[in-house]
Design a protein around this ligand. Structure first.
Ligand code: XBP
Length: 258
């Protein structure tokens, strides 16, 4: 069968450019609320993004950057979990306050896919609350039901670049990897999707523009809009200047007649 079955979206950096002004800000707010003298600058955060997952990122920071740590805190086994709980609350509040916007073309593509009967899913390393808040705020409360699966956070033991989160989506839905497209923004994400057998498209962003995108079938700066064409960084030129269901189908089935 030569029809696109589903599009699986990464969230952070792909649906929205939310790392610098969303997650980073929420981490810093959590540090402050916990009385910690830590601050993640834009540059430092760019380096820390190499580690997927907020809890994992903080543990990495503790281990390799040796930030100041009060004695009371260093004895607490649940310290990182508690810090992450505060961070998630702060991040959700930022999203609900409308501080995070969808990237160009995201809404258009999701609406077009729905109309065309193409299924949708999410595969993210971030917490489920974060993905739900973004969908509810940028679309509507019903939007979470548009997705067959919203696979998030600790639902799988190994985070990206492990393929587990994508395999989880495929297992849950029964979709065949050969008929699905994954949209990602990082090397880790592309590796995860590629290792799960998916064809991938990369939409690069300010933190990931120098990443290795060699696994992606198409690399663009964003999904594009009719009045805001995207830039093709690798792959064939897009006739309309934006990524849509037709292009996704032609990436999967280059020899099929349309
Ligand atoms: C991006 C991430 C996440 C967020 C933080 O995941 O690495 O860790 O930066 O989210 P993806 P949490 O690109 O897969 O969406 O603090 O909720 O872990």
């Amino acid at each position: 069968m030569t029809a696109l079955q589903a599009i699986i979206f990464d969230v952070d950096g792909t649906l929205a450019e939310n790392e610098r002004d969303g997650h980073r800000v929420a981490f810093n707010q959590a540090f402050k609320a916990a009385g910690l003298d830590w601050f993640w600058s834009e540059d430092l955060y760019g380096d820390l993004l190499e580690v997927a997952g907020g809890k994992e990122r903080m543990r990495f920071f503790l281990k390799y950057y040796s930030p100041p740590l009060p004695e009371s805190v260093s004895n607490s086994p649940d310290f990182i979990a508690e810090l992450h709980r505060i961070k998630t609350q702060r991040y959700v509040a930022l999203v609900k306050a409308g501080k995070i916007q969808l990237r160009p073309g995201v809404k258009r593509l999701i609406m077009e896919a729905r109309e065309a009967g193409v299924r949708l899913a999410i595969a993210t390393t971030s917490q489920l609350e974060n993905a739900l808040a973004l969908l509810e705020t940028t679309f509507s409360v019903e939007a979470v039901n548009w997705f067959d699966v919203i696979a998030a956070g600790d639902i799988v033991p190994k985070k990206k670049p492990a393929p587990d989160i994508y395999r989880y989506v495929l297992t849950k839905t029964g979709w065949s990897a050969e008929r699905c497209i994954a949209i990602e923004d990082t090397t880790h994400g592309l590796t995860a999707a590629d290792d799960a057998g998916l064809t991938t498209v990369a939409t690069v962003n300010r933190y990931t523009r120098y990443h290795d995108f060699s696994k992606a079938r198409l690399v663009i700066n964003h999904l594009g809009e009719p009045n805001q064409p995207c830039l093709v960084l690798r792959g064939e030129a897009l006739q309309n200047g934006y990524f849509d269901v037709e292009i996704a189908t032609s990436l999967l089935f280059p020899n099929a007649k349309t």
